[in-house]
Design a protein around this ligand. Structure first.
Ligand code: FES
Length: 212
């Protein structure tokens, strides 16, 4: 027979001490987890603060302003908008003239697929200014980024008049981003919304106001 029967004053005392220890343990655990959370927040805040306001705005898809004054004729610049490359090509007069000459080789020469360009670029050059093309550099087949092959002939063969070649599955596009027949890409490259703030200042991500 036990010397300390259940319910005796000694057992009651032991039970009270146990619950006091449990309470202290619980408070300690709550306090340390709160410190842990504060520590995580303290680490996270400097990371967010390290981005400048313009970087945060860009990351969220804000319009991107681009100075196009330094793009030599016959060359291009790649900007970034919404995490995508956007090509700005300064076409020479010869390049622009060439666009009208190979319509019969294109899948959609007249830009009938309206999702691929804004209305104000549904024209022979697919652009606002005849010589400046603005094109999202993502292939409409499976999303690779095509390679610029701006000059005629070269390693693309004698019939090549300048454009873009997708190395993933061989799609070909002209200097207006229109897809050549026989390419795996089904439709033309995208012309993003854009407008000119000044003669050489482009804003990508905002539409040109169209006259009613
Ligand atoms: S992703 Fe460009 S051809 Fe397939």
């Amino acid at each position: 027979m036990s010397d300390n029967p259940v319910g005796s004053p000694m057992n009651q005392d032991l039970a009270n001490r146990d619950s006091q220890v449990d309470l202290e343990k619980r408070n300690f655990l709550l306090a340390t987890s709160a410190v842990g959370a504060l520590g995580a927040a303290a680490v996270a805040v400097p990371f967010v603060k390290s981005m400048t306001p313009s970087e945060r705005a860009k990351a969220a898809g804000a319009p991107v302003e681009v100075d196009i004054s330094k793009i030599e004729p016959g060359t291009m610049l790649t900007a970034e908008w919404r995490g995508q490359p956007v090509w700005i090509i300064n076409r020479t007069d010869e390049m622009t003239a060439e666009l009208a000459k190979h319509n019969d080789q294109l899948s959609d020469p007249a830009c009938e697929v309206t999702s691929q360009q804004p209305n104000y670029c549904k024209n022979a050059n697919r652009s606002i200014k005849p010589n400046v093309a603005v094109i999202v550099g993502i292939c409409t087949h499976l999303g690779c980024s095509p390679t610029a092959k701006l000059q005629a002939n070269g390693d693309m063969g004698e019939s090549w008049t300048g454009g873009f070649f997708c190395p993933c599955h061989g799609s070909k596009f002209d200097l207006a981003g229109r897809v050549f027949k026989g390419s795996p890409a089904p439709i033309n490259l995208v012309v993003p919304p854009h407008k000119y703030l000044a003669d050489n200042t482009l804003l990508i991500g905002v539409d040109t106001e169209e006259k009613a």
